[in-house]
Design a protein around this ligand. Structure first.
Ligand SMILES: Nc1nc2c(c(=O)[nH]1)N[C@H]1C(S)=C(S)[C@@H](COP(=O)(O)OP(=O)(O)OC[C@H]3O[C@@H](n4cnc5c(=O)[nH]c(N)nc54)[C@H](O)[C@@H]3O)O[C@H]1N2
Ligand SMILES: Nc1nc2c(c(=O)[nH]1)N[C@H]1C(S)=C(S)[C@@H](COP(=O)(O)OP(=O)(O)OC[C@H]3O[C@@H](n4cnc5c(=O)[nH]c(N)nc54)[C@H](O)[C@@H]3O)O[C@H]1N2
Ligand code: SF4
Ligand SMILES: [Mo]
Length: 902
């Protein structure tokens, strides 16, 4: 009998989106980790999307920051000891405070910190440094939802829970591409539709993948959601479906809100006109909402990141308050949080306009928190919100800044300005997990190596208020340390030994829980007093639980406000009279298009994690801009060419994708590419910084821009073991492939120079083979050494004449390339003529577009299930099912058209 030592997998939580899926991580002892979904976690019941499934591919220590670094007097970064680096941070902040006072220092933090990290950062700034200048990337993400919740409910509370998505009969998704951004929740909703017949309505200016599973799609004019939902309120009132008793007994402000709604959106045709929708579609949506009591309205960045984002949130909540559809099974407004701990950050008070534990800056609240923290130097008023905070960095009001777990040179609007502003600082500290990113390029004075997912312990809170543990299963590389430890060490050096003497995340969590219940007479729903006495063992074992968890019961609560009592002083919900929406800036004259920005299925933000995974990098491997067919013609662009998008603030050059799902005069580009992965595709540099007046959240979905083709004489790609560097005037974009890197490029290099370009990139140390075809206008070369393909390059005068990359990618990883394959290498395709797989649709099984299209065209598969049975595509995580559906539909459309023409 063989003795096998099996270590049980560690139960943890996915580090990506706000769904907060439970993950089982089992290190194999050889440097790898097996990842699977936690069948017992109530967010996902064992399922993971493509990103979660590929977590194992992102855990290597390559590219990690290993040691603290300090910039010397000569301007160079040099490795330093932890104590030297921490002293330098503490000295820098102390001197700045002494010289310029508390308004001159700031922290810019992140919804990807754990609650414990976040708690100590907030405590240090607001109780000890005496300023509230701590803001977070959640300002770019959830601030409008926070402001909307507070206006309506008196507190930042998501009333419902995920089970409501299983039991609702109507699911309205507005400003959310959940199929790509909250895939596991999206799958739950689609299951409800398939099994229970729930209806799904999708409201988005683009026809996204989420629309594939919708019963009704409203391609709304950007920025007009509050007109649509005002129209809905009027419709509900006029058709007698408002709950008058509930309005009377439980709320305030209905008459004013309705009167305003009537002024903005008096009739269905008026709404249709303002939102650029068909009257029938608007009527169909309103009617569905009217007749379906169990309705949930889900929203994310298409609502939050808007010039009137807070009004959009309240226009939605108004409809739920009017019908009493809130806090009850299967109904309610539902803000989908973005980051894994955006919610936890809001709980600790990590936004500049919150104090702590759902308390703000009322004198009694400041006093309460002061006493609890025994704080010597309390902030007494809100600090600067992200956009204003970086303006203050730019004009020298803020002189010392500590950035943690966010990459603002990519993700803040007007990102070029942010890059320049950081250079103005006297003290710039960066806590980072990776050794290179765009914010690192902005020359911090001190770099602190942070432990990251898999290496750190703490808690996160997901979209349904569920607190889950993230548990460590790896030892951090070299000297990397958890963020809470780094912050506490700096605090101790500033003289606050007692207040920051925490020895573990558990001790911090207990204090955070104790503050939530401190002098809380029930007026603050964020109360987790029931968790304030957890033993280290209890904390270690803590099962996912939804707040509130009041002292009297350690059990959580799935829904809030079920009793019709809100967190306002009088306990009544508030209708908000929303304003007539005005676009942030008009698209006209020099900037006739509007740039909408967002996410793709398989990348996470600035790609420091997902960019490491070949699987996740194969779905979409370069930055793009989506353009309607009409605009492509008007702007003289063609599919596969390159285009420059320019605003008042900056520009980016991206591949053109002509899209049927894009409205005229509107463009869409993803946010992920940055200076590490592309020459010129940081869309943050293009986005304007117009902010919602209540939340301070920038409108990053509608920047006025112009659009023009960029023509290059040569297009090509290189596959190489190691990344190649390209001349400064090349356009390029880089993606990880199984055995190396794929770099696509374009340049104006003359065909006569292509060979030397190839030699410069590939090297000439032997094994160099080449093929030039003057007539076809292309040049190809490869380096094969010891039977292995080291690198290959393909250059052509036309982008569309380049071979596919997939067969070549496989050769780069192959053990041996024989003589016949060498020829094939230069031909760019398999000797047997097998077709290229095309872009990968199913990341789990590596199934490409070509195979799926061929199968569907043959008629052998007419459903997602049949495609799965033949090719396995879509049968693991299911994230690609909506795309497969789209392919089936478009094939059916083509057949119908062919039939009609025949
Ligand atoms: N794959 C992936 N998933 C992610 C992330 C990621 O980076 N990658 N990030 C996570 C984070 S932090 C966040 S915040 C969430 C974001 O999740 P989502 O908000 O779903 O994602 P976005 O792509 O930013 O924007 C959503 C949609 O809003 C639409 N929109 C733009 N303007 C309007 C408008 O005026 N009205 C309406 N109704 N819609 C509009 C856009 O066309 C877009 O399709 O995703 C989370 N999940
Ligand atoms: N134009 C436009 N801009 C946008 C958006 C948009 O839709 N359009 N969306 C906005 C939204 S919603 C968001 S949430 C932001 C996201 O934008 P960012 O927060 O800037 O993006 P990330 O890539 O997630 O950055 C996280 C950084 O933290 C590092 N890191 C990882 N783990 C740890 C850790 O444990 N500790 C520390 N100290 N560092 C760590 C990572 O290496 C990475 O550099 O982008 C915003 N910007
Ligand atoms: S849906 Fe995907 S990215 Fe989001 S938490 Fe679950 S596995 Fe992670
Ligand atoms: Mo976000």
């Amino acid at each position: 009998m063989e003795l096998a030592l099996t270590v049980p997998p560690v139960r943890t939580t996915c580090p990506y989106c706000g769904v907060g899926c439970g993950v089982l991580a089992a290190p194999d002892g050889k440097g790898g980790t097996r990842i699977s979904g936690d069948p017992d976690h109530p967010a996902n019941f064992g399922r993971l999307c493509s990103k979660g499934s590929a977590l194992g591919e992102t855990l290597s220590f390559d590219g990690r920051l290993h040691h603290p670094m300090i910039r010397g007097a000569d301007g160079r970064m040099a490795q330093a000891s932890w104590s030297a680096a921490l002293d330098r941070v503490a000295d820098g902040f102390r001197e700045t405070l002494e010289r310029h006072g508390p308004d001159s220092v700031a922290f810019y933090v992140s919804g990807q910190l754990l609650t414990e990290d976040y708690y100590v950062a907030n405590k240090l700034m607001k109780g000890f440094l005496g300023s509230a200048n701590i803001d977070t990337n959640s300002r770019l993400c959830m601030a409008s939802s926070v402001a909307g919740h507070k206006r309506a409910f008196g507190a930042d509370v998501v009333p419902g829970c995920y089970e409501d998505l299983d039991s609702a009969d109507l699911l309205v998704l507005t400003g959310s591409n959940a199929a790509w951004c909250h895939p596991i929740l999206h799958q739950r909703m689609v299951k409800n539709r398939n099994e229970r017949g729930a209806r799904i309505v999708v409201i988005d200016p683009r026809r996204t993948t989420t629309a594939e599973d919708a019963d009704l799609v409203l391609q709304i004019a950007p920025g007009t959601d509050s007109v649509l939902f005002s129209g809905l309120l009027v419709y509900l009132a006029d058709n007698g479906v408002v709950d008058t008793a509930y309005i009377e007994n439980r709320t305030d402000g209905y008459a004013e809100a309705l009167a305003r709604a009537r002024a903005i959106a008096p009739t269905v045709p008026a709404v249709a006109r303002a939102c650029d929708l068909d009257v029938q579609d608007v009527a169909a949506f309103f009617d569905l909402f009217r007749v379906t009591e169990k309705a949930v309205t889900l929203y994310s960045q298409g609502v939050n990141q808007a010039a009137q984002g807070t009004d959009k949130v309240n226009a939605i909540i108004n409809c739920h308050l009017a019908t009493g559809r809130i806090g009850k099974e299967g109904m309610g407004p539902f803000s989908l949080t973005g980051q894994p701990n955006a919610m936890g950050g809001r709980e600790v008070g990590g936004l500049a306009n919150q104090l702590a534990a759902h308390m703000d800056f009322a004198p009694a609240e400041i006093d309460r928190v002061r006493r609890f923290w025994k704080a010597p130097s309390m902030a007494t008023r809100p600090g600067l919100k992200a956009v204003d905070l970086f303006d203050a960095v730019q004009d020298g009001r803020i002189k010392a800044l500590w950035v943690m777990a966010t990459n603002p040179v990519v993700s803040l609007p007007r990102a070029d300005r942010i890059k320049a502003a950081l250079k103005e600082l006297d003290v710039f500290v960066l806590s980072e997990a990776v050794a290179s990113n765009d914010t690192l390029d902005a020359r911090p004075d001190v770099l602190l190596p942070a432990a990251t997912w898999g290496e750190k312990d703490g808690t996160v809170t997901n979209s349904e208020r569920r607190i889950s543990r993230q548990r460590a299963f790896l030892v951090p590389p070299a000297e990397a340390k958890p963020d809470w430890w780094i912050i506490c060490e700096v605090a101790k050096r500033l003289g606050y030994k007692d207040a920051f003497g925490f020895r573990s995340p558990c001790e911090i969590f207990r204090e955070h829980a104790a503050l939530s219940t401190f002098e809380n007479d029930g007026g603050r729903d964020f109360d987790i007093g029931g968790l304030s006495t957890l033993s280290p063992f209890d904390y270690e074992e803590l099962a996912p639980v939804q707040w509130p968890v009041r002292a009297e019961s350690a059990k959580g609560q799935s829904r809030v406000f079920a009793d019709g009592r809100f967190d306002t002083p009088d306990g009544r919900g508030r209708f908000v009279a929303v304003e007539q929406p005005r676009p942030a800036a008009r698209s006209m004259g020099a900037f006739p298009y509007r740039l909408n920005t967002g996410r793709v299925r398989d990348h996470w933000h600035t790609m420091t994690r997902t960019g490491k995974s070949p699987r996740l990098s194969s779905h979409i491997d370069e930055p793009f801009v989506e353009v309607s067919r009409g605009d492509a013609v008007a702007a003289d662009l063609s599919e596969g060419g390159l285009a420059r998008v320019t605003s008042k603030h900056g520009s980016a050059v991206m591949r053109v994708r002509v899209s049927e799902g894009q409205r005229r005069s509107e463009l869409f580009a993803p946010i992920h590419w940055n200076a590490q992965t592309a020459s010129s595709a940081r869309v943050g540099a293009v986005s304007h910084a117009y902010c919602d007046p209540y939340s301070g959240q920038p409108d990053m979905k509608a920047t006025p821009v112009r659009l023009e083709p960029v023509r290059f004489a040569a297009h090509g790609f290189v596959l190489s073991r190691d990344p190649v560097s390209l001349p400064a005037d090349y356009w390029w974009a880089r993606a990880t492939v199984p055995a190396g890197t794929l770099t696509r490029f374009a340049s104006n290099a003359d065909p006569g120079t292509w060979k030397s370009v190839a030699q410069a990139m590939l090297g000439t140390d032997g094994g160099f083979i080449e093929l030039r075809d003057e007539e076809q206008g292309h040049y190809r070369a490869a380096v094969v050494r010891e039977q292995q393909l080291q690198a290959c390059i393909y250059i052509s005068s036309s982008a569309s004449a380049l071979p596919g990359v997939d067969w070549l990618k496989a050769q780069l990883g192959a053990d041996a390339v024989d003589a016949s394959q060498r020829k094939a290498l230069l031909a760019g395709h398999a000797a047997d003529g097998a077709a290229d797989t095309g872009p990968i649709v199913c990341a789990c099984f590596g199934v490409g577009l070509t195979a799926i299209e061929t199968l569907i065209a043959s008629g052998a598969a007419t459903s997602v299930e049949e495609v799965g049975a033949c090719l396995k595509a879509g049968t693991n995580c299911g994230s690609c099912q909506p795309e497969i559906k789209k392919l089936i539909k478009s094939n059916q459309g083509e057949r119908a058209l062919a039939g009609a023409q025949a």
